[in-house]
Design a protein around this ligand. Structure first.
Ligand SMILES: Cc1cc2nc3c(=O)[nH]c(=O)nc-3n(C[C@H](O)[C@H](O)[C@H](O)COP(=O)(O)OP(=O)(O)OC[C@H]3O[C@@H](n4cnc5c(N)ncnc54)[C@H](O)[C@@H]3O)c2cc1C
Length: 501
């Protein structure tokens, strides 16, 4: 007789989605999390009077009251909607190339087309044709996934564009590099520059944010993680924080339980791993239980970049320093080619060539900070390698040098921001490695090149019976998809139990 029906390793979105679903179905479930709080990336932390959001810049999939989205439906299934308040953002993105462009795209399709048509009059028709493609493509994709048996001929646009990069499609439609940069600027949320990013990802992002509106969560993503963990406990689930899993135990080819960092062996019939696929196969399972073909799958994929973040608590209202949109991208030029891609591999941040995004949730709702204050989260994508090679004695100097350079970039849009800093915290790729335990501090799972994209199913099969995966390493990254992956992982277990019975 096992101690538990299911042990869930990791309380990120995927782990929480699985744990709540399983406990709700009456399975005796244990959730083990190495950190002291639930959420993984979906957490907040406090400095002074500010509660800073770690990850969430824009939440997709909530939808509007008359058009509810996939994430809303997932959260309804998990029964946590009553515990959460969603704040709809009014703008998609403010994109600034100092001296060249300062445009704020709204979340309404006709307004976006008007805003772009005014700024780029010669390409007005191309803009409208591009959005027509984005919408038709998204609808076809939906029909492809709901009815794959209809085959590729039923979805001609999907067939034509599925494996094209975002850059190829932008080049097909537009002349002006600045206009292409406006569309391509969202690559910072997707991890690959437009010349490597599948068009599908850009199309779905625009479709989803315009049709279902980007949101934030009052109380930050920690409010969501807390609501899920509380729901899990209310269904009789047991959770242990500060409790890393060191090994997943296997007996006769089937999962048998886990061994914790404290050396406890806990038995279970099923294990859901929300740790990365890489950690699960390379660190948590003994090598003899992982056939070569499972490792081979990982050797052809690459981890997405990590992040470099500067979290600012400011003693002013956003408009006092020129912050007018909740989501902002600042670029030095319209060049989004390999130059930007290669800069992710450099240790330093160059305020005159690099780009960064920043979010100020207080623009969407002033309750995010106390009166007369606001908070900003500045993000640029960086790989961990140069940070891992850095001698520890130089770590702090480099960390603050990069943060200082990111502030210099932000000053191009928000002059005087430095005079208002009350709190500042900085996260490097090493910080993400420490808190997320992902390979190289990767923040978006595996890179999603066209060959690994939507049409090449991420393998969910595991080498050990009873071991199921959940989270951003078996699906596309983001809150919407990772929560869904947890619900699906629980479904796999319920189906297996049903079959047994
Ligand atoms: C800076 C940043 C910005 C982002 N911006 C957005 C955004 O705007 N919109 C969006 O939708 N998404 C965004 N994302 C992506 C999104 O946050 C992630 O895709 C998602 O949260 C990942 O969920 P996950 O289920 O993979 O779990 P993770 O968040 O990776 O959590 C995994 C959990 O497992 C725990 N764990 C790992 N190993 C063990 C072990 N051995 N034992 C016990 N516990 C273990 C970890 O401590 C962690 O809590 C962002 C991410 C980051 C970091």
């Amino acid at each position: 007789m096992s101690d538990y029906d299911v042990i869930v390793v990791g309380a990120g979105n995927g782990g929480l989605g699985a744990a709540v679903t399983l406990s709700r179905k009456g399975l005796k479930t244990l959730l083990l999390e190495r950190h002291t709080v639930p959420g993984g990336s979906a957490t907040t932390f406090c400095r002074g009077r500010f509660e800073f959001e770690v990850a969430l810049h824009q939440l997709s999939g909530i939808g509007t009251p008359d058009n509810r989205g996939p994430l809303w439906n997932s959260l309804k299934k998990l029964d946590v909607l009553d515990d959460l308040e969603f704040i709809e953002m009014k703008d998609l993105n403010r994109i600034v190339i100092p001296g060249v462009l300062d445009i704020t795209l709204s979340t309404d399709l006709s307004s976006v087309m008007e805003e772009l048509g005014e700024r780029f009059p010669r390409e007005k028709d191309a803009v409208s044709r591009f959005f027509k493609l984005v919408y038709s493509y998204a609808f076809e994709l939906y029909s492809y996934f709901t009815n794959p048996a209809a085959g590729a001929d039923a979805v001609p646009l999907v067939k034509r564009y599925a494996f094209k990069t975002a850059q190829q499609v932008l080049d097909e439609f537009f002349e002006d590099p600045v206009l292409k940069a406006v569309f391509g600027a969202y690559w910072g949320f997707l991890g690959l520059t437009p010349n490597r990013l599948p068009f599908s990802y850009l199309a779905i992002l625009f479709f989803s944010f315009i049709e279902m509106k980007p949101c934030h969560i009052m109380g930050g993503s920690q409010a969501l993680s807390n609501a899920l963990v509380n729901k899990f406990i209310s269904h009789g689930g047991t959770v242990r924080f500060n409790c890393a899993v060191n090994r997943i135990l296997v007996k006769n080819g089937s999962v048998a339980g886990v061994e914790t960092g404290e050396g406890d062996e806990i038995t279970a019939r099923y294990v859901v791993s929300n740790a990365s696929k890489v950690s699960t196969y390379v660190e948590l399972l003994d090598r003899e239980h992982v056939p070569d073909e499972f490792l081979k799958e990982m050797s052809i994929k690459t981890p997405s970049p990590s992040g470099f973040c500067v979290y600012l608590g400011l003693d002013c209202e956003p408009e006092e320093i020129g912050i007018t949109a909740a989501t902002n991208t600042v670029m030095n030029s319209a060049d989004l080619s390999d130059n930007q891609y290669n800069r992710m591999r450099a240790l330093d941040f160059d305020a005159d060539t690099d780009m960064a995004g920043f979010s100020c949730y207080d623009v969407a709702d002033s309750r995010f900070s106390s009166e007369g204050a606001c908070q900003v989260s500045l993000l640029t994508l960086k790989y961990a390698d140069p940070w891992l090679r850095l001698p520890p004695t130089r770590y702090y100097a480099e960390k603050y040098r990069c943060a200082d350079a990111m502030l210099t970039l932000m000053e191009k849009v928000c002059p005087g921001v430095r005079d208002h800093i009350e709190e500042v915290e900085v996260a490097t790729p090493l910080t993400f490695m420490r808190y997320l335990a992902t390979p190289y501090g990767s923040v978006y799972g595996f890179n999603q090149y066209a060959k690994d994209s939507l049409f090449m199913e991420h393998s969910r099969e595991t080498p050990v019976e009873g071991l199921v995966l959940a989270g951003g390493w078996i699906t596309d990254c983001g809150f919407e998809t990772t929560i869904k992956s947890g619900i699906s992982a629980a479904g796999t277990i319920m189906r297996s139990l049903g079959a047994e019975r």
